[in-house]
Design a protein around this ligand. Structure first.
Ligand SMILES: Nc1nc2c(ncn2[C@@H]2O[C@H](COP(=O)(O)OP(=O)(O)OP(=O)(O)O)[C@@H](O)[C@H]2O)c(=O)[nH]1
Ligand SMILES: [Mg+2]
Length: 198
């Protein structure tokens, strides 16, 4: 599997900052600290491409990365960070929803969930909203290097409520990263007409 080169393009705090291009986008979504930015760095095999941190709430805007000629990755800010101020948390949630509900380029959303926790209401709602718009949902169980061999089956079963088995991923051990690269390279741009109207 060749390295999947990704290049930072721009940060956006509002719709007006979203890039105008024809690329198919995959968004990386999930709770704060779940490992979105680390996963992006692993996919691109470039340390420091997206900023990561032990402190939750590192990413506060939408960060767009171009992959080849026709694909892009959008690293989203994390939700559910308890210590974030109410106004800031609301602003970030609104920014995320605006993107997920309004971005025509969005072809797929990778919903990252800590493998030891499993999806809850917020991730299930995110998956449902994306599917209703015809956006592919790719569940990802992150930090799977933390699992003992005997815990792996249970970790996968935690995703039953999502209706799709997760890709077990680790930015540390690189497990699942090639599979994710394949899924990203297979993305095709969808036009508005392709979407399932609900
Ligand atoms: N063991 C392990 N730790 C990880 C893995 N991926 C990320 N981490 C750690 O988890 C913490 C959060 O990682 P980030 O990639 O910054 O998480 P994020 O989802 O982008 O966080 P926000 O930007 O705050 O939403 C960091 O301390 C990482 O080193 C992994 O696969 N395995
Ligand atoms: Mg981040």
């Amino acid at each position: 599997m060749p390295r999947l080169a990704a290049e930072f393009v721009t940060s956006a705090f509002a719709l007006s900052g979203w890039p105008r291009w024809n690329r198919a986008e995959i968004a990386l979504a999930g709770r704060s600290n779940v490992g979105k930015s680390s996963l992006l760095n692993a996919i691109a095999n470039t340390k420091g491409l997206a900023r990561t941190s032990k402190t939750p709430g590192r990413t506060r805007c939408l960060n767009f990365f171009a992959v080849g000629d026709s694909i892009a990755i959008c690293d989203l800010p994390g939700f559910g960070y308890a210590k974030m101020g109410h106004d800031e948390a609301r602003k970030i949630a609104a920014m995320m929803n605006e993107y997920i509900e309004g971005r025509d380029n969005l072809a797929a959303i990778a919903i990252l969930v800590d493998c030891r926790r499993g999806p809850r209401d917020e991730e299930l709602a995110l998956a449902e909203g994306a599917r209703a718009r015809g956006v592919d949902v790719i569940p990802i169980a992150t930090k799977c290097d933390k699992l003992k061999r005997s815990e792996r089956a249970a970790a996968i079963r935690r995703f039953d409520s999502m209706g799709i088995a997760p890709i077990l991923c680790s930015a540390t051990s690189a497990e699942g990263i090639d599979e994710l690269r394949r899924r990203i390279l297979a993305l095709k741009r969808r036009t508005t007409e392709d979407r399932i109207e609900t």
